[in-house]
Design a binder for this molecule. Structure first.
Ligand SMILES: Cc1cc2nc3c(=O)[nH]c(=O)nc-3n(C[C@H](O)[C@H](O)[C@H](O)COP(=O)(O)OP(=O)(O)OC[C@H]3O[C@@H](n4cnc5c(N)ncnc54)[C@H](O)[C@@H]3O)c2cc1C
Length: 473
């Protein structure tokens, strides 16, 4: 087609042709690994297409703040287009990748669009894992997406509202019982934030219930909270949680969830308890694209579906197909063959490394193996309460909390987010308030049957109207 027909100046046409001849890096997933890879390829002589099924990058470590009304969804998300808008060699596409053909070097999106690549970085992360009990997902939601956090927020605040209307003491206690399953960093953070919410933020907001009656139970299958942390930090975290009012139960496993009845196994005995809000923070499994890669390339996957990668994060026998972040099982670092943990810090390092590796390979320079330099790990429990293992030093209490705040603000992607979150946290800190306590979506509690919900609606009219007869709402 001539320049006159396309309406483009010859120089523009040449530029497009030149660009199209550049090595094409396709990145699937705009999470920590994918985004850091895209950012690090900014000045490289390649064209980059970043594909994500969402149009934003999500800062998952702060999801629990959204779930407990401390922050709004927008505070912890940044539009991918705006994050990458200054990088002229990066194109952002919103779409879900449903298939990959490593031999033909192409990915297929949901609506059958096909995109060819020269190098592919697959970083589609993970989701929660119910260990064969996927039917619990509706009753015990996990937290991985913004929708998950909003659903958890809906259930938490709806439980207090329903308790306010409930006249049966046993059912009211079940509504005021919150069970967090899994005492890793997410479970600990969630339980601590729930305790602050119930015992501080909303303590004077209700008429019929006393939020102090709220029970927050944190269950852990292992013998301590924060199992991967040093034992003294686990012990410090437990003390902080108990100080906040959280009941910690270790060596306890959920064996069944049926409506608001949760069966818990401890010391070989199974006992039932009533809890209308069960929150799942017990495990993760890799994105289903890990299985697709395994089927197409013969690569091995581990027990949770992560792809076993080579030392440069490539898939064995496919040197231009890389896996990053939570989807990668990288076991080349420790002599004991233990894989690196699925954390944001590991994912960011993998993303930056992959960008460097692709640049080095294009420049025909040698590539060294990926090596993660741990800067330590930390978990927040509540106001002035956190634990931090900084490798050279272990901290708990206020110093750890102070470092946690600044590390999390620092790594929030956009300047706007950083400022907003800092201001909101300062406000929350001094006022004990959590301003984003909205209940959105429908007003049912999945743990309660429809009959029970209807019965409660009947009672509301009785309570509100002060009438003696039972009137159906
Ligand atoms: C509640 C919670 C708290 C956490 N707290 C911490 C913490 O305090 N510190 C820490 O270091 N780590 C923490 N983590 C872990 C950390 O968030 C993950 O390790 C990290 O997000 C992994 O990065 P990733 O790039 O592999 O995947 P993700 O960040 O999950 O990104 C994956 C991206 O891929 C996209 N995607 C998925 N499938 C497709 C598809 N088929 N097509 C297109 N796009 C797709 C998703 O939309 C998403 O944007 C936490 C995680 C959670 C859930």
């Amino acid at each position: 087609m001539t320049a006159a027909l396309t309406g483009q100046a010859p120089t523009a046409q040449k530029t497009t042709a030149q660009q199209n001849s550049l090595h094409h890096v396709v990145i699937v997933g705009g999470g920590f690994a994918g985004l850091y890879a895209a950012k690090s390829l900014g000045k490289a002589p390649v064209r980059v297409t970043l594909i994500d099924k969402r149009n934003f990058h999500l800062f998952q470590p702060l999801l629990y703040q959204v779930a407990t009304g401390g922050l709004s969804a927008g505070d912890i998300s940044s539009p991918l287009r705006s994050v990458l808008s200054r990088q002229k060699n990066v194109k952002v596409l919103m779409g879900e990748v449903v298939d990959i053909d490593p031999d033909a070097q192409k990915v297929t999106l949901k609506r059958n669009e096909v995109i060819n690549y020269d190098s592919l970085i697959l970083a589609t992360g993970s989701s929660h894992h119910y260990f064969g009990n996927d039917h619990w997902a509706n009753i015990a939601p996990g937290m991985k997406t913004i929708e998950d956090a909003l659903e958890v927020r809906r259930r938490i605040f709806l439980a207090f509202e329903a308790a306010e209307k409930e006249t049966d003491p046993a059912r009211r206690q079940a509504l005021l019982t919150f069970l967090v399953v899994g005492a890793g960093p997410t479970g600990v953070e969630l339980a601590g934030a729930l305790a602050e919410l119930a015992y501080e933020t909303i303590k004077d907001d209700f008429t019929n219930i006393d939020p102090q009656e709220t029970k927050i139970i944190l269950l852990e299958g292992m013998d301590r909270v924060l199992p991967p942390y040093p034992t003294d930090l686990s012990a410090a975290a437990k003390v902080s949680l108990e100080k906040l009012g959280v009941e910690v139960r270790t060596q306890s496993l959920v064996t069944n969830i049926d409506g608001d009845t949760v069966s818990i196994k401890h010391d070989g005995e199974v006992a039932d308890m009533q809890a209308c809000t069960v929150l799942w923070a017990a495990g993760i499994k890799a994105s289903p694209l890990g299985r697709t890669i395994a089927e197409k390339t013969g690569a091995e996957t581990d027990r949770i579906g992560r792809v076993m990668v080579a030392s440069d994060l490539s898939v064995p026998n496919y040197p231009n197909l890389y896996i990053g972040g939570d989807l990668a099982h990288f076991a080349h670092q420790d002599d004991d063959g233990k894989p690196l943990p699925g954390t944001a810090a590991v994912a960011m390092d993998m993303g930056s490394y992959l960008a460097k590796t692709i640049k080095a390979k294009l420049a025909k320079k040698p590539v060294s193996a990926f090596k993660y330099k741990s800067k330590g790990s930390m978990a927040v429990i509540g106001r002035n309460e956190a634990v931090a293992d900084l490798n050279f030093m272990k901290l708990s209490g206020f110093p750890a909390w102070f470092i946690w705040i600044f590390v999390h603000i620092y790594f929030l992607i956009e300047f706007d987010n950083k400022l907003l979150v800092l201001l909101q946290w300062a406000w929350n800190y001094f006022t004990y308030q959590r301003g984003a306590r909205l209940i959105t979506g429908d007003d049912s509690i999945p743990a309660l049957s429809e009959a029970v919900m209807n019965e409660m609606e009947t009672e509301i009219v009785t309570v509100d109207g002060g009438k003696k007869e039972m009137v159906k709402a």
